[in-house]
Design a binder for this molecule. Structure first.
Ligand code: BGC
Length: 476
């Protein structure tokens, strides 16, 4: 079956997928602190706590105060991962919980929580992959990533966390998706801190990447034995038509979504921008070459998140974006065109597994020997899951989605595949739990495990059982 065939109603055979997974390939689930922990009032405030307190910002008016209450229920959640048979768990340290205000010593209560959670993972032999920044900037850091000082604060935070948890984390991810932070948070105003600066948001690219470089240096200085990497979300971009205008805007979107983040990290330079687009990049300024040296740290792995491809056309549009409509988008010289030839997720995102292979191939073609081993650090889908009268949750679309994407990735990196040459080491399903989906609140369910947001009861879905069977049937 070609990976882009519409998923058949027949449940994909877990044994068949299991046999294509090479021994040693890591499979886990991923989450983020602000989306599952709750207990946000027990810690310093984040920009997401502030944004969710503003009326109209979160689609269902929900906030970060409880979410999945993982803060109290972490042991139950780790037990679920163990039942699943997961090798690894990608979670994020909440910056405001560990360092309220974004400066000074780490908070003992925050340390204690992650100590207990890491103990629990160790007891179940689940390998911790820790993200240091998954969007929860301490609220006191005012303008956040628009300010160069936030990069210095973040580097310091990384050093403190590295020293404290050095021996307990197998892989460190400095930043999660700087592209989403810049685009949704500072350019379009969909995410915290809700700025609508369009191309004037570009300094947040440089400051986040500088923060990444400083964090990687600080982790090395703390002699952490774990591997160090960064995660970004990659979306293969294509033009809506053959017109030169659409092609130029597709190139522009590819730069601002993919290349402006990955090039400096892996190559030590910002991408070349065609002359006609150069004025848009004025806010990036003449980046200091010493900063670029800091940004381009040797990395042990690159984390790639993949959700969907993007189709771009020239001219202003209606403001539609994958994460909601943004008035600010109508001020851009391009718009995103609906990709309607694929089935869709609950968010309306096209289900296009073959493009995961394209994303991996682009990484190989663009970065060659500079590309370290890769993990797919997030991939998954929201669907309108329903609890049946007998309490079960049957989510065949999620099973088909996960099967098709994992196969597409493995096929792409196999000898002769589209991304042959990429050293793909693992895959993390997004997400373990239904969670608080940022501006979409509780309206999008991405979990392998259903969460009742009134009772907080966890119920594994059919996709959980299917993945459990895949993991159990692997060759070791
Ligand atoms: C983010 C997650 C988010 C997921 C689905 C990724 O961009 O890292 O936090 O929940 O996409 O929207």
């Amino acid at each position: 079956m070609s990976p882009d065939t519409v998923p058949s109603p027949k449940k994909p055979d877990p044994n068949s997928l299991a046999h294509s997974i090479p021994p040693g390939f890591v499979i886990g689930t991923a989450t983020a602190a602000a989306q599952i922990e709750g207990a946000s009032t027990a810690a310093g405030r984040s920009v997401w706590d502030d944004l969710s307190a503003q009326p109209g910002r979160i689609i269902d008016g929900s906030d970060t105060s409880v979410t999945c209450d993982h803060y109290s229920r972490y042991a139950e959640d780790v037990a679920l991962m163990s039942t699943l048979g997961a090798d690894a768990y990608r979670f994020s340290f909440a910056w405001p919980r560990l360092q309220p205000g974004g400066s000074g010593a780490l908070d003992p209560a925050g340390i204690d929580f992650y100590d207990r959670m890491l103990d629990e993972l160790a007891e179940h032999a689940i390998s911790p992959f820790a993200t240091l920044y998954h969007w929860d900037t301490p609220a006191e850091l005012e303008v956040g990533w628009l300010d160069r000082d936030t990069a210095l604060r973040f580097g310091e935070f990384a050093g403190l966390v590295g020293e404290r948890f050095a021996d307990r984390v197998d892989a460190w991810i400095t930043l999660n998706e700087p592209a989403t932070v810049t685009l949704n948070g500072y350019a379009l105003g969909i995410h915290a801190p809700g700025e609508t600066l369009l191309f004037d948001a570009l300094p947040t690219v440089h400051h986040q990447l500088l923060g990444h470089g400083l964090a990687a240096q600080a982790l090395r200085a703390a002699s952490v034995p774990g591997r160090i990497g960064i995660t970004n979300v990659h979306s293969p971009v294509h033009a809506a038509t053959d017109s030169p205008e659409d092609a130029a805007m597709a190139q522009l979107f590819d730069i601002v979504h993919n290349r402006v983040f990955a090039d400096p990290v892996l190559l030590g330079s910002y991408p070349d921008v065609p002359d006609e687009l150069a004025p848009l990049f004025g806010a990036l300024g003449g980046a200091d070459s010493r900063d670029l040296d800091t940004i381009c740290q040797p990395l042990d792995f690159y984390g790639l998140n993949y959700y969907m491809p993007t189709r771009v056309a020239a001219g202003a549009g209606t403001g539609a974006s994958p994460d909601g409509t943004a008035e600010a988008m109508t001020g851009l010289p391009f718009h995103l065109v609906d990709i309607d030839e694929y089935p869709r997720t609950g968010f309306g995102w096209p289900i296009a597994p073959k493009h995961l292979g394209t994303a991996l191939a682009e990484m190989r073609d663009r970065y060659g020997a500079a590309l370290p081993p890769v993990y797919i650090t997030e991939n998954g889908a929201s669907f309108a899951d329903e609890v049946a009268p007998n309490g079960t949750i049957n989510d065949p679309e999620r099973i088909a989605y996960l099967d098709a994407h994992l196969r597409a990735a493995l096929d792409a990196v196999a000898p002769g595949g589209a991304a042959d040459g990429v050293d793909l080491r693992g895959y993390f399903a997004w997400s373990l739990l239904d969670n608080w989906e940022w501006a979409a609140g509780f309206t999008q369910r991405f979990g392998l495990v259903h969460v009742d947001f009134d009772t907080l009861e966890r119920t594994p879905k059919a996709s959980f059982e299917w993945l459990r069977q895949v993991l159990a049937a692997r060759q070791r």
